[in-house]
Design a protein around this ligand. Structure first.
Ligand code: R7I
Ligand code: MG
Ligand code: MG
Ligand code: MG
Length: 347
């Protein structure tokens, strides 16, 4: 067991399904189990045409990262910035964040020589702390086997739109979670310990410490949420209300990346609210959606982690066929598998 091709395809398919299914419910504070289960039943019955569920900005940007890392031997931030911008111009109605579209407009204007500068001007020069850098990062974890590379490129790819450390550190955490899931054979506790170990270093940098204080957060905000996840997992039954109140279900990376990680770990154990035949990947996506709020984004991040861990065997055919772009996800998963192992052998 380890980074098998099924896991690469599973990661991209899990991310895609989280987005396509989650976007049906995005922005609803409450998602009733009845509504959710009826919707999921309709997928299983094959009541929807092929590719009837469109993907949103989460996947549109994830696709740009995948295409960029597959086509360039070394990570190329300019190429990625161009792809994000071209994709946005081609298809602006994918539900992009309110702020990030200004970054694309500036990148497109040709007035910025440095592709990282438009992002620095967001939110009065503070940079965005939205979850947009994290939601799209899965391709970095699938292209690079080394932790150092994952941290560096999750950060660099994030900074093209999210200059706040709260934004790009969320991308680093999400990318590391996919990485460890891809290795398989890890229990909840070790998984969290590894993430915590890296995030303690990531969040110790001056800019991260300063920006946490400026936002009136305790220092090491991601580490603190990882510790909260550990506490939740030690409890028998944590009500959804507590998960939402303490980990969040919002559009900020800090209020969604830890929630996605918790959802993945929580759903390694049975969830009674869903049909008993649901596997872990299905439960993970359904669980994220049932939390309400930024459902497409939390489900896409948890879907990437769960898909990387459980593999494509857990991707139901009926769900997959509904999702726009599922064929590309499969083929890119295979190509990334090849790239990852080529890099692994050359180190
Ligand atoms: O982060 P981003 O790409 O948005 C992603 C979300 C996902 O849910 C997608 O599914 C899509 O719906 O959008 O886009 P940004 O515009 O950078 O950030 C998202 C939002 O976070 C912004 O529109 C703001 O509401 C909020 N936000 C901030 N608010 C105040 N101050 C982000 N940074 C700040 C800030 O510094
Ligand atoms: Mg979206
Ligand atoms: Mg922005
Ligand atoms: Mg969203």
């Amino acid at each position: 067991m380890s980074a098998t091709v099924s896991r690469f395809r599973g990661a991209l398919l899990g991310a895609l399904l989280g987005d396509c299914l989650g976007s049906v419910f995005e922005g609803n504070t409450y998602v009733t189990l009845r509504w959710l289960n009826d919707f999921l039943k309709s997928l299983e019955k094959g009541e929807r045409p092929n590719e009837a569920l469109s993907y949103t900005d989460d996947t549109a940007m994830a696709r740009s990262i995948v295409e960029s890392v597959l086509e360039n031997e070394v990570f190329d931030a300019e190429d990625l910035a161009n792809r994000f911008t071209a994709e946005y111009k081609k298809d602006p109605d994918r539900g992009y964040g309110m702020g990030v579209v200004h970054v694309f407009e500036k990148l497109d204007s040709g007035e910025y020589k440095n592709v990282f500068n438009p992002a620095k001007e967001q939110f009065d020069g503070k940079g965005s702390y939205g979850n947009g850098a994290a939601m799209r990062v899965v391709g970095i974890s699938l292209a690079y086997p080394s932790i150092q590379d994952i941290i560096q490129y999750a950060k660099t790819s994030g900074k093209l739109t999210h200059a706040s450390s709260l934004g790009y550190n969320g991308a680093i955490l999400q990318a590391l979670a996919v990485h460890y899931a891809l290795q398989g054979e890890i229990n909840q506790e070790t998984f969290l310990e590894k993430l915590l170990h890296h995030m303690e270093e990531v969040e110790a940098d001056e800019k991260s410490l300063k920006e946490a204080r400026e936002l009136e957060l305790d220092e090491f905000p991601y580490c603190n949420r990882l510790k909260k996840i550990k506490m939740f997992l030690e409890q028998e039954n944590v009500p959804r209300k507590n998960v939402v109140n303490e980990l969040g279900n919002g559009i900020a990376a800090l209020e969604s990346v830890p929630t996605a990680i918790y959802s993945f770990l929580r759903c390694l154990n049975p969830v009674t609210d869903f049909p008993s035949e649901f596997n872990n990947l299905q439960s993970t996506i359904a669980y994220c959606i049932s939390l309400g709020g930024d459902t497409d984004t939390i489900a896409t991040m948890a879907g990437a982690i769960a898909g990387a861990f459980h593999g494509e065997e857990q991707v139901p055919l009926s769900w997959k066929l509904c999702a726009e772009g599922h064929k590309e996800a499969e083929s890119w998963g295979e190509q990334l598998y090849g790239l990852y192992h080529k890099r692994l052998q050359s180190t």
